[in-house]
Design a protein around this ligand. Structure first.
Ligand code: FPP
Length: 232
């Protein structure tokens, strides 16, 4: 059954936090938390389709995550690889467009190739855009954008110029940012783009996130009164 929500965010951005703690609490290796996290991504994508969300950005690997153990980093790459390669690819089946933000150059060649291939295969879909933030950092995004403008010969830049150079230039700014696990930080996510986003910090660890939590989040967003610095 689909519950009617009067106002849904166009773009939801998610900091999927708590995978490690979810696993540790169960005496499992951290990578099993990330593995369960992929199932939560799949549930969330289906919920986005169900409730008519247009863009969903998942923070899957930050510019700071290179500090983690080699084993954990490789584990995350393997999950990403498996997810992209899956034969019964839900992206094609559900007409979902896949995009990424962040710098993928340092990633393994086969992973980059598979990712770019799936992006190409899904580029004309527009029902839902799933955007993976990988090797992404908000400060890095802003710095790259400004350098790109310098390289183009700009002497003076406007806010709009920067927005048009950011990795997210083809999408609207996130309306709603969810960070699971109860931590209340932005952790270098979409810093420039989040200027007027509504923020929500549910306590649930990411691997346990499901349609029930998603719906609760939508109901919270529905009640928010967005004024963008104005009055009403
Ligand atoms: C944060 O939890 C999670 C990450 C840094 C990695 C998230 C990656 C995945 C879910 C897999 C990516 C795969 C696909 C298909 C996009 P944490 O490890 O910081 O948790 P903790 O704070 O409890 O330690």
């Amino acid at each position: 059954m689909t519950i009617k929500i009067k106002k849904v965010p166009t773009h939801i951005a998610i900091i999927m936090d708590g995978n490690g703690r979810w696993a540790t609490k169960r005496g499992l290796p951290r990578n099993l938390g990330h593995k369960e996290g992929v199932n939560a991504i799949e549930r969330t994508i289906l919920a986005c389709l169900k409730y008519g969300i247009k863009y969903c950005t998942f923070f899957a690997f930050s510019t700071e995550n290179w500090k983690r153990s080699k084993e954990e980093i490789e584990g995350i790459f393997n999950l990403l690889r498996e997810y992209i390669k899956k034969d019964d690819n839900s992206f094609i089946k559900n007409k979902i467009k896949l995009t990424h933000i962040g710098v993928i150059e340092p990633f393994p060649e086969d992973l980059k190739k598979e990712l770019l291939q799936l992006e190409k295969q899904t580029k004309d879909f527009d029902k839902l855009i799933v955007n993976l933030a990988i090797n992404y950092g908000g400060r890095d995004d802003i710095t790259r954008a400004v350098n790109s403008l310098i390289n183009k010969g700009y002497k003076i830049i406007t806010e709009k110029d920067i927005l048009n150079e950011l990795d997210t230039k083809t999408m609207p700014e996130p309306d709603f940012v969810i960070r699971t696990s109860g931590e209340m930080r932005l952790s270098n996510f979409l810093l420039y783009q989040m200027a007027y986003s509504e923020l929500y910090f549910p306590k649930v660890y990411w691997p346990d996130f499901n349609e029930k939590y998603f719906l609760k989040a939508l109901k919270i967003y529905e009640k928010r009164n967005r004024r963008f610095g104005g009055v009403n």
